[in-house]
Design a protein around this ligand. Structure first.
Ligand code: 3PG
Length: 400
C-alpha cells in the first residue's frame, strides 16, 4: 500500500476490500477486532487524501438483501474508530453506492452494503462473478486488498476485482502473511498446535500438513470427541463425526510413525443438555474421565486435568498456533478449557499465534489483553488454508 500511496492517491477512489464480518447480537457488534484491524489501512488512505470505498461481506446471506446481515453497524463503528463521518450506501453497486462514492471528498470514507447481497459475489460461475466485478470496478480507480479473513474465497471482490484495477495489499494482509510465514518457514521448535472447534472435517487439511511439521498437536472442543471415539471410548451424546473416524485413525497412526505427539483430553466437563447461550443461566454439569463418559451426556469443555496437561505441553513451546475454542466458551460453565489455553499462551515465552474468528473473539471476550499474544489473526479458514500451503485466491490476485 505504501508504494501505491507514493505513486499518488489524492483524489483517487480507492476500493478497500476489508473483512468486516464481525459477530453481532442483533445490531450490536460483540467483537470489533476485525474493524480495528483494517483501521490503519483506512487511516493511511484518508491521510493521503484518497476517496475511500470500504467493502466487505458479513455472514452468509443468500445473494439477496437481508437486513439481518447489513453492514450498517460496522460502518458506524468504523466511523467511531477513525473519528470521522463514514457514509453508508444501502446497496452494493446500485444508485445508493454510486451516489455515496460520487459524493466523497478527498480523505472521506464510504462503506457500501454487504457484498453478498449480490449473487455475483460468491458465484461459482466465472462470467457471473466477472460481471459483478465489472460493476464494482466502476466505483473505483484503485484496489487495496485488506480482508485477510476472506482471501481463501474465490469471490468477485477478492479475486476478480483486483485483476481489473491497479492494486496493492493493505497493511493487515501484509502483517498476517508475515506472521504466518513464521509458522511455515524455519519454525522455531518445539512447535505446538492447538486445534479445537466443532468439526474434524474442517481441520483435515491442516492436520495432514501439520503432521509433517509440528512436534505436538493438542486437540479439544467438539472435534475431540471424534478422536476419543476413534480410540474406542464412549462419548455419550457428544458431537461426533463417525465418517471421519477412518481419517482420524490414519492421523493417529501417522503421528506415531513420525514422532508427532497427539494430545487428547483426559477429562471433560459434561452435561445432559446443551446450555442456553443467551440466558447463560448456571447449568447442571460435572467432570468425568474422558474414557468414561456416561451415556446421554454431552461433552462441553476440557476438564481441569486436561487444562493442566495442555498448559504443561505449551509451556516450553517456542512456537504455538491455536485455532478453535476448547469448549462452549460462550457459556461461563464451559469456558475454562478455552481460558486455560489462552492463559498458557500468555504465560509461554514462545511466539503464539491465535488464528480464527472464534478463537480471536474468545480471547477478547474472556478478557485477555490481545497484546499478550504474539499475534491474533483475523482469519480463521484463511489462516488454516495458508498453513495447509494452499494458493489463496485473494493473495494470488494481489501478487502479479
Ligand atoms: C470468516 O469469518 O472466516 C471470514 O469472514 C470468511 O467468512 P466465510 O467463511 O463466510 O467466507
Amino acid at each position: 500500500i505504501d508504494e501505491l500511496i507514493a505513486e499518488g492517491v489524492t483524489g483517487k477512489r480507492v476500493f478497500v476490500r476489508a473483512d468486516l464480518n464481525v459477530p453481532l447480537s442483533g445490531t450490536t457488534i460483540t467483537d470489533d477486532g476485525r474493524i480495528r484491524a483494517v483501521q490503519p489501512t483506512v487511516e493511511k488512505l484518508v491521510a493521503a487524501g484518497a476517496r475511500v470505498v470500504v467493502a466487505s461481506h458479513l455472514g452468509r446471506p443468500k445473494g439477496a438483501p437481508d437486513p439481518a446481515f447489513s453492514l450498517a453497524p460496522a460502518a458506524a463503528r468504523l466511523g467511531e474508530l477513525i473519528g470521522a463521518e463514514v457514509a453508508f450506501a444501502t446497496d452494493t453497486v446500485g444508485e445508493s453506492a454510486r451516489a455515496a462514492v460520487a459524493a466523497l471528498g478527498n480523505g472521506e470514507v464510504a462503506v457500501i452494503e454487504n457484498l453478498r447481497f449480490n449473487p455475483g459475489e460468491t458465484s461459482k460461475d466465472d462470467a457471473e462473478r466477472g460481471a459483478f466485478a465489472d460493476q464494482l470496478a466502476e466505483l473505483a480507480d484503485l484496489y487495496v486488498g485488506d480482508g485477510f479473513g476472506a482471501v481463501h474465497r474465490k469471490h468477485a471482490s477478492v479475486f476478480d476485482l483486483p485483476a481489473r484495477l491497479p492494486h496493492a495489499a493493505g497493511d493487515l494482509i501484509a502483517t498476517e502473511v508475515g506472521v504466518l510465514k513464521k509458522l511455515t518457514e524455519n519454525v522455531a521448535r518445539p512447535y505446538a498446535v492447538v486445534l479445537g472447534g466443532s468439526k474434524v472435517s474442517d481441520k483435515l487439511g491442516v492436520i495432514d500438513h501439520l503432521l509433517e511439521r509440528a512436534d505436538r498437536i493438542l486437540i479439544g472442543g467438539g472435534m475431540a470427541y471424534t478422536f476419543l471415539k476413534a480410540q474406542g471410548h464412549e462419548v455419550g451424546s457428544s458431537l461426533l463425526q463417525e465418517d471421519q473416524i477412518p481419517a482420524v485413525l490414519e492421523y493417529l497412526g501417522r503421528a506415531e510413525d513420525k514422532g508427532v505427539e497427539f494430545v487428547l483430553p483426559v477429562d471433560v466437563v459434561v452435561s445432559e443438555q446443551f446450555p442456553d447461550l443467551k440466558a447463560k443461566a448456571p447449568t447442571e454439569h460435572r467432570t468425568v474421565p474422558a474414557d468414561a463418559m456416561p451415556a446421554g451426556f454431552i461433552g462441553l469443555d476440557n476438564g481441569p486435568e486436561t487444562n493442566k496437561l495442555y498448559a504443561a505441553k505449551l509451556a516450553d513451546a517456542a512456537t504455538v498456533f491455536w485455532n478453535g475454542p476448547m469448549g462452549v466458551f460462550e457459556h461461563p460453565d464451559y469456558a475454562e478449557g478455552t481460558r486455560a489455553v489462552a492463559q498458557a499462551l500468555v504465560d509461554s515465552s514462545g511466539f503464539s499465534v491465535v488464528g480464527g474468528g472464534d478463537s480471536a473473539a474468545a480471547v477478547r471476550t474472556l478478557g485477555f489483553d490481545e497484546n499478550a499474544f504474539g499475534h491474533i489473526s483475523t482469519g480463521g479458514g484463511a489462516s488454516l488454508e495458508y498453513l495447509e500451503g494452499k494458493t489463496l485466491p485473494g493473495l494470488a490476485a494481489l501478487e502479479d
